[in-house]
Design a protein around this ligand. Structure first.
Ligand SMILES: Nc1ncnc2c1ncn2[C@@H]1O[C@H](COP(=O)(O)OP(=O)(O)OP(=O)(O)O)[C@@H](O)[C@H]1O
Length: 251
């Protein structure tokens, strides 16, 4: 079963009658059992892709293009989003109740909250915690747990490792790879290109609202990227990581 996005564009109508168009002509495919990545500089339109696919854009947004699942228009409940900001969690509701609420709104039977938390490596006690009582890594897992509670087979994780220490970031990426191994189709939006390349089948690179290429993961490590922007993005991150490790080495 394949989710296919073709020529996705988003433009916003302004009060003065003018338009801005921050996303133009994105193509993307995602099958169950795989991870695909979406990367790009800040403001490139990555979150916009997620919001357009989820139907979350404001009324002045005009979305064009095709979004199909197995050849049919994408139906509600097939795709879930773990958003970037932990402020997407309800600050006044305990996490367990939030997981149950997502399941109920998606028409799912009442979930086993402890099992839902354990699946994400969260302790049982997290069910009684309010969002402000969670660490950054726990909150990122909580966002994924609420998305999974909908029972959707496809998941978008928007910047799931942002602001996390390297070990926690590794664990979150392993967890997303594990969800794909269980049969989910997982799209990961991330600035963390080396970690993304380690788990993704292929990565789509956006530059200022336009895709410049979709490259198989091995094209990054084998230096076979075709577009200069993709190469610069990869080299900037791997060069920085190498520099830091050299600086950390004893002299
Ligand atoms: N509701 C909106 N109205 C007008 N423009 C918007 C709206 N939402 C997003 N944009 C514009 O779309 C562009 C892309 O934003 P988006 O949040 O998708 O970037 P991003 O690639 O996710 O960036 P970052 O990595 O910094 O989160 C930005 O220029 C932003 O100003």
């Amino acid at each position: 079963m394949m989710l296919r996005v073709t020529a996705l564009s988003v433009r916003f109508r302004h009060h003065d009658g003018g338009y801005s168009q921050p996303l133009t002509g994105l193509d993307l495919t995602l099958s169950r059992g795989e991870v695909v990545g979406l990367v790009g500089g800040s403001g490139a339109g990555k979150s916009l892709v997620a919001e357009a696919l989820m139907g979350l854009l404001p009324r002045n947004a005009e979305v064009s293009g095709q979004i199909t699942l197995a050849g049919l228009p994408l139906a509600p409940g097939q795709l879930a989003l773990a958003p970037q900001g932990i402020d997407a969690l309800d600050p006044l509701t305990r996490l367990g109740a939030q997981i149950s609420r997502f399941a109920r709104l998606a028409g799912q039977p009442p979930p086993d909250v402890c099992a839902a938390l354990a699946r994400l490596g969260l302790p049982e006690e997290a069910a009684r915690a309010f969002p402000h009582q969670l660490s950054g890594g726990m909150a990122k897992r909580a966002l994924i747990a609420t998305a999974l509670a909908t029972g959707a087979p496809f998941l978008i994780a928007d910047e799931p490792t942002l602001g996390l220490d390297p070990e926690t970031a590794d664990r979150i990426m392993e967890l997303l790879a594990g969800l794909a191994a269980e049969g989910h189709g997982v799209c990961v939006i991330s600035h963390d290109l080396p970690r993304l390349v380690a788990i993704a089948e292929r990565v789509t690179i956006l530059q200022e609202g336009r895709m410049v290429e979709t490259a198989p993961a091995e094209a990054f490590t084998a230096h076979r990227l075709t577009h200069p922007f993709s190469r610069a993005l990869w080299e900037a991150q791997t060069w920085a990581a190498q520099t830091w490790s050299e600086e950390a080495a004893p002299c």
